[in-house]
Design a protein around this ligand. Structure first.
Ligand code: FAD
Length: 309
């Protein structure tokens, strides 16, 4: 009997678990470990943020996996030992014949002074809800959508967010009194998809009168004064801030020696193997350079397929 450990029950971890369950004999054990009791479908946070979904509609309990002969452990992983293919979750050490690291990217708003004190981190359930709380009542002023860092997951999401916010304001006939701006740490939208795609998004923003400010790296936030400061000295006032926080590799992954300081897990892009035998990494936790020299975006569509690999 073999045991496969899967660290993380997000998009990649669940795809790997389901594929392995189909391919392995029933006696082989598949153990999925996650700190959350529910799987959240992250793309739907944009709908939570714009009031077209409720929290219960964007999540499913992980306990349902038990019906498919997949063991679920609900506990935070506090240590990883890739050489031994083991993890510590809660107060239990689990050792497997193979280990799949699918822990995603850790959101770190504290990296930017003041940012964590702002509620509108729409990459979390609570933050998306907080944006909606203000958005459905704001009657005048300035809404800023902020991309605080690169890389960030789903290169399209903040642009989609700005356009959805525009749609809400128009629907409720408040758009003329509320200005909408997007400040981005990156030079252009979805650069990995090429110049033509970037330009079409810039045009779509302009069509909706969403002012776009690329190459703006936020250096400080004053939540009390509702003010953003950028590394080039520019500053802007906001009445509502919806932001993408800095992303980093989860600390437990770095401490386990699987990623260099400030980097991501390196893998064989054909097999998803790490440098440790029978230890694989998939999804947002990895750093993969494409043939064109740019990093593969962090996105669910890639995490899912990598899970199947
Ligand atoms: C607002 C938004 C919109 C998006 N839209 C799209 C889209 O339209 N298309 C698309 O392809 N992608 C989209 N994405 C990106 C997509 O959701 C991610 O790329 C994808 O979820 C990555 O999958 P993953 O398995 O690598 O990580 P995740 O899905 O983030 O899963 C990681 C799991 O690990 C768990 N975990 C982390 N640390 C620990 C720990 N120490 N102990 C235990 N468990 C831990 C977490 O609880 C989580 O369940 C969007 C993301 C956001 C936030």
């Amino acid at each position: 009997m073999a045991r496969i450990l899967i660290a993380g029950a997000g998009v990649g971890g669940l795809a790997a678990a389901h594929r392995l369950r189909r391919q392995l004999p029933a006696k082989d054990e598949i153990v999925v470990v996650d700190q959350s009791p529910v799987h959240i479908f992250w793309p739907s946070l944009l709908w939570l943020m714009t009031g077209t979904r409720e929290e219960r509609q964007v999540q499913r309990p992980l306990s349902a996996l038990k019906e498919r002969n997949i063991t679920v452990v609900n506990a935070p992983i506090t240590a990883l030992d890739p050489a031994k293919k083991s993890i510590v979750a809660g107060d239990t050490r689990w050792t497997g014949d193979a280990l799949v690291i699918a822990l995603g990217a850790a959101l770190q708003p504290k990296v930017v002074p003041g940012l964590a004190d702002e509620a509108g981190n729409f990459y979390t359930v609570a933050g998306a809800r907080a944006v909606w709380e203000l958005l459905h009542t704001i009657d005048q002023g300035r809404i800023v959508v902020l991309i605080s860092c690169i890389p960030f997951k789903c290169p399209a999401a903040p642009y989609e967010a700005a356009m959805l916010i525009d749609g809400v304001l128009r629907k409720h006939r408040r758009r003329e009194r509320v200005s909408l701006e997007l400040f981005a740490a990156e030079p252009a939208p979805m650069g990995v998809a090429g110049h033509q795609v970037s330009q079409s998004i810039i045009t779509a923003l302009a069509d909706r009168v969403i002012a776009y400010h690329p190459n703006h790296v936020v250096s400080r936030v004053d939540p009390g004064g509702h003010r953003l400061e950028f590394s080039d000295g520019a500053a802007v006032h906001y009445d509502l801030l919806a932001y993408v926080p800095p992303h980093q590799v989860p600390s437990v992954v770095a401490e386990g020696g699987l990623a260099p300081a400030g980097g991501w897990v390196e893998v064989n892009r054909e097999t998803m193997e790490t440098s440790f035998p029978n230890v694989f990494a998939i999804g947002d936790v990895t750093g993969i350079t494409l043939g064109l020299g740019k990093p593969l975006p962090k996105a669910g569509v890639f995490a899912h397929r990598q899970g199947e690999v």
